[in-house]
Design a binder for this molecule. Structure first.
Ligand code: HEC
Length: 317
């Protein structure tokens, strides 16, 4: 997540709103989701919650424009998305200033992160520094060979606009989507899902598991190990509520217990169901370049091999 251009993030957010806003046909209240083969109502947030989420997001955008609030990224209003106030009493921003990236581009770099760390990182490394300072860091994983810390970074980048910072299904775009984005922390539902199901819906999108295409396919953005890491992050957050204080926020307690015999990145290549599902998805995903092909580990970039991830982040629970 270090080499990403932050501008992409702004564009991604804007285009999500444009592309997915205004779909019709209500899916609320229907038993469309499946947990261990049983049809259930999909866990989503109420309209009232989602309206509030959109309003808060809009308000922060206005506040920022009027100099009342600063955004850590300079992306209005990213601070609302994160759910954590980004300014302290020590922080003074004047009109038009953003907190992101030091003084370049007119920002002062002053946010509460700057009150908490001695040396703000330079350049793109600031992304990881910032997100790590305002999110949990896991020593253990619930998915062998997958790193929830890496998954968290991808999730913040690609998923929060719809699913929300705390995975509550309350991103600012959520109210415009029908069906609504899933509440990804609903353990009574999510803990029944296999790794195969989660991996498949993230890589292939809603349609790969007979859900709505409002859940995009991420197979052309995230490589397999990235997706595994995101699955580990989702597993680490089951039934985690909105935190009451910093300690709760930084130390989430998941209710997820690994499912016996489930596929994971270490055994995926030997798992027939997994390989079959991957072939189908690969065939569906349009515009895949040579480099991105294959349902297995792909060399290159910042990716680590699952065996190495397994050495770094041990299996917990
Ligand atoms: C454009 C909005 C949007 C974005 C961005 C998005 N999702 Fe979703 N997601 C949805 C919607 C809508 C659904 C529910 C689909 C349905 O009910 O048919 C969903 C459903 C899901 C599900 C649940 C599937 C199930 O079995 O119930 C998972 C897991 C998920 N998303 C993960 C992610 C991850 C991880 C990312 C980021 C890589 C992401 N989503 C990004 C909209 C989005």
């Amino acid at each position: 997540m270090k080499k990403q251009n932050l501008k992409i993030c702004v564009i991604a957010m804007a285009s999500l709103v444009a592309v997915w806003a205004g779909s019709s046909a209500s899916a609320a209240g229907k038993k469309r989701c499946t947990a261990q083969g049983v049809k259930v109502e999909c866990p989503t947030q109420s309209d009232a919650v989602l309206e509030r989420a959109r309003e808060s997001y809009g308000k922060e955008a206005m506040d920022m424009a009027h100099g009342k609030a600063g955004s850590t990224y300079g992306i209005a209003p990213f601070d609302y998305l994160t759910g954590v106030g980004k300014r302290t009493d020590k922080t003074t921003l004047t009109e038009g200033e953003s907190g992101y990236g030091g003084s370049a581009g007119g920002g002062t770099g002053k946010t509460e992160l700057w009150d908490r760390v001695k040396a703000p990182a330079k350049g793109e490394a600031i992304y990881d520094q910032w997100t790590n300072n305002w999110s949990p860091t896991f020593k253990e994983t619930l998915v062998p060979g997958a790193d929830p810390n890496q998954g968290k970074q991808w999730y913040y980048f690609y998923c929060i606009a719809c699913h929300g910072w705390m995975l509550q299904g309350d991103g600012p775009v959520a109210i415009d989507l029908d069906p609504r984005p899933r509440t990804l922390v609903a353990g009574r539902y999510m803990n029944k899902k296999t790794n195969l199901e989660l991996f498949t819906v993230i890589k292939g999108g809603g349609e790969a598991v007979s859900l709505s295409s409002s859940m995009p396919s991420w197979g052309n953005y995230l490589q397999d190990q990235d997706i595994w890491n995101v699955v580990a992050w989702i597993r680490a957050m089951q039934d985690v509520k909105s935190p009451r204080d910093l300690d709760e926020y930084l130390n989430p307690k998941s209710t997820f217990k690994p499912i016996a015999g489930d596929v994971n990145p270490l055994n995926a290549a030997d798992n027939e169901d997994f390989m079959e599902a991957q072939e189908l998805i690969e065939a569906e995903i349009a515009g895949r370049g040579e480099e991105m092909q294959g349902g297995k580990y792909v060399e290159g970039g910042l990716r680590e091999r699952p065996q190495d991830v397994a050495k770094e982040v041990k299996l917990g629970n």
